[in-house]
Design a protein. Structure first.
Length: 311
């Protein structure tokens, strides 16, 4: 994708009403100048984590996913919904968190990013990215606004990390996380190898205090979108009253002087970030190291082996 756009479109949205969200997606797409043609292949990537233990709050809401999918279907696109969650296979996680039911009557496939393709990033790191995420006309990113115990926040850029295949994510945490700037360099470099698309942010009910799983709900009541995930992340840092320099991922985008990292250069065709009340949003009090403990990596390997053997 090309990191050049500076528009971020923001709308209030108080509830997970599919019809309203779909209308918001249409308005946001129009103001961004984002269009799709009939017959194009669209991969929708929600934020998925393990299906149990968080009451669905840690995943992109099912009705949010369904609203975006319906809009693309109305445009005549061929749509699949997929991810590579840290634990479990994507279709199973989508069934548990309710996405499967919300999409049940729609002509869309739920897929697990199971085929890997090695790519070399600008930083020199070679990683395995899901071929399913690469082989499409548009990759549509559906991040959830969440506190994160390792990176402070999980927003648009962080959600693209789910395109890295399966266990590779845990191994990259382990191998590159010793120095946070190297890990963040890899996250930002990943954007350059992914297809064009747009990020629609699920900020209707955000997660704060802890994350990415065991946090509390926060009524942010907003839907937003941008062609540039850097710009979208910067806008949400402003919206939440967080100095951008607190985010290690933003610091890397600012170091490179990427479009969208400088708040004064952002363009807001609809609402401005400071028009969204976000008083009371609480960040994690203490960040954990990015590298996973060896036991965490071992457990991840064992869980994945168990799933493969039982499938």
């Amino acid at each position: 994708m090309e990191i050049s756009a500076k528009k971020v479109s923001i709308l209030r949205c108080p509830a997970y009403d599919r019809k309203s969200i779909k209308q918001h997606v249409a308005v946001i797409s129009e103001t961004l100048g984002f269009q799709v043609s009939a017959g194009c292949k669209v991969v929708v990537k929600p934020n998925l984590v393990a299906g149990h233990g968080h009451n669905g709050l840690a995943c992109t809401h099912p009705e949010f996913v369904a609203a975006v999918v319906e809009w693309f279907l109305d445009c005549g696109a061929r749509v699949v919904v997929g991810d590579s969650p840290a634990f479990g296979r994507a279709p199973a996680v989508m069934r548990v968190c309710g996405i499967g039911e919300s999409l049940r009557k729609l002509p869309v496939a739920l897929i697990h990013f199971g085929t890997g393709r090695k790519v070399r990033l600008a930083c020199g790191e070679q990683i395995t990215v899901a071929a399913e995420a690469l082989d499409c006309d548009f990759l549509i990113n559906l991040p959830k606004v969440k506190a994160h115990s390792q990176t402070l926040l999980s927003l648009a850029i962080k959600n693209y990390f789910g395109t890295v295949k399966g266990l590779g994510k845990a191994l990259l945490h382990q191998r590159l996380g010793e120095k946070e700037e190297i890990f963040c360099r890899m996250l930002v470099d990943l954007l350059a190898v992914l297809p064009a698309g747009v990020s629609f942010m699920d900020g209707i009910t955000a997660m704060h205090k802890k994350g990415p799983i065991k946090g509390d709900p926060f009524p942010l009541e907003v839907v937003a979108g941008s062609i540039n995930p850097v710009a979208l992340d910067t806008a949400f840092l402003l919206m939440l009253g967080i100095h951008p320099g607190q985010s290690m991922i933003w610091r890397e985008t600012h170091r490179r002087q990427l479009a969208g990292a400088i708040s004064d250069e952002l363009v807001f065709p609809l609402l401005h970030p400071w028009e969204i009340p976000a008083d009371g949003f609480i960040l994690p009090t203490e960040l954990k190291p990015i590298p996973f403990r060896p036991l965490q990596v071992f457990r991840s390997v064992m869980k994945r082996l168990g799933m493969l053997l039982s499938s």
